[in-house]
Design a protein around this ligand. Structure first.
Ligand code: SF4
Length: 353
């Protein structure tokens, strides 16, 4: 893994010695076509017991960030720069052995698709028990007991029977629960959930999100919830980071961002969400254009080719000058605070109902 020198810091969050601190993170991949800047100067903090939602379209850098925290990138094809400190342990540049010890034990991940994350060849119980036995030295019998206990916690009926089932014998929702059980079996203090409910129907989605909240209260873990869907974070996360083209563009509490969003990209995400209260004939407002190529990201504000407010900023500022994300509640945009407030109140809010 190559360590980059620190470049322009784009954000300066407040607070000291947080449980998880990410500072000026850069993740770059070498491809045949050139260097992909998947994450470009990202900083954020997370405390124990807190849930941070990371929201953005595909290719915004959210999943890449979390794979960097877990140390799961291929070191031969990836350059990682900046600092990731988890409870005093520096993770960037850490040896694979130390990361392996932390994975599953201190930090764990819930993937989007339980069917591919669980092996079809082993029973659900064995897959839950394995990390527990590996990290605690427990016997097979104790591992099985722990698997039954975890299946009970995540609400699988008849856990002492189902522990011997194979993944294909579980429904989609049950497999997702089993994966949560597997992730939590060693009481990790950091849980990263990457689109944990995307493959599930709405009712099961709500059950899984409630389960995550309940388990967080029981285990006191910090959670990073990655999603493209602001609806998912609305009731689950405490604070939000909106990412675009590998950078954070808005940061705040969930309430602040959902009720008073300040960045044109966040306005676009909110305006493109279908609402229960809206008239069926009412048009959605999708964000025009597509996310940019990270091989050659746009100059200045990376959102400028899709933004409808560059004229309000005036001149060539949006295309020439990269807006910074200040500390605390902030949006990386050249519009003045007054302009953001006026545009939101007069143009965006009426669309959101
Ligand atoms: Fe739009 Fe300019 Fe703000 Fe970027 S800086 S979001 S292009 S107004």
């Amino acid at each position: 893994m190559t360590t980059l020198t620190k470049t322009e810091g784009t954000e300066v969050p407040s607070g000291s010695d947080p449980f998880l601190s990410v500072r000026d993170l850069h993740v770059r991949f070498s491809t045949e076509d050139g260097i992909v800047k998947a994450v470009d100067g990202l900083s954020f903090d997370l405390e124990r017991g807190e849930t941070l939602g990371i929201v953005g379209e595909s290719g915004s850098g959210k999943s890449v960030t979390n794979l960097a925290i877990l140390g799961l990138h291929n070191p031969k094809a990836t350059e990682i720069g900046g600092e990731i400190v988890l409870d005093g342990d520096e993770l960037t540049g850490a040896r694979e052995k130390s990361l392996e010890k932390l994975r599953g034990n201190k930090m764990a991940m819930i993937f989007q698709d339980a069917l591919t994350a669980l092996s079809p060849y082993y029973t659900v119980g064995r897959q839950i028990a394995e990390p527990f036995m590996k990290h605690t030295g427990a016997s097979k019998r104790e591992g099985r007991q722990r698997a039954i206990e975890m299946l009970t916690k995540v609400g699988i009926p008849q856990p002492s029977l189902r522990v011997d089932d194979y993944p294909h014998q579980f429904s989609g929702g049950m497999r997702q629960r089993a994966m949560i059980a597997m992730a939590l079996v060693c009481n990790p203090q950091l849980l990263i959930a990457d689109e944990p409910t995307t493959a599930l129907d709405v009712t099961v989605q709500a059950q899984i999100l409630d389960l995550l909240k309940d388990l967080q209260q029981e285990f006191g873990s910090a959670i990073i919830l990655i999603t493209h869907d602001l609806g998912v974070v609305a009731n689950t996360a405490d604070k939000l980071l909106v990412m675009y083209a590998g950078r954070a563009v808005e940061r705040g509490s969930v309430k602040e961002i959902l009720t008073q969003p300040r960045h044109p990209y966040t306005w676009g995400l909110l305006s493109s969400m279908p609402r229960l209260s809206s008239d069926v004939s009412e048009a959605l407002h999708p964000i025009p254009g597509t996310p940019p190529s990270l091989l050659n990201p746009p100059s200045g504000c990376a959102f400028h080719p899709r933004c409808g407010f560059t004229d309000e900023v005036g001149g060539a500022r949006c295309t020439d000058e990269r807006p910074l994300l200040e500390a605390g509640r902030a949006a990386a945009c050249h519009l003045s605070a007054e302009q953001k407030q006026t545009i939101f109140t007069e143009q965006i809010k009426p669309r959101l109902g």
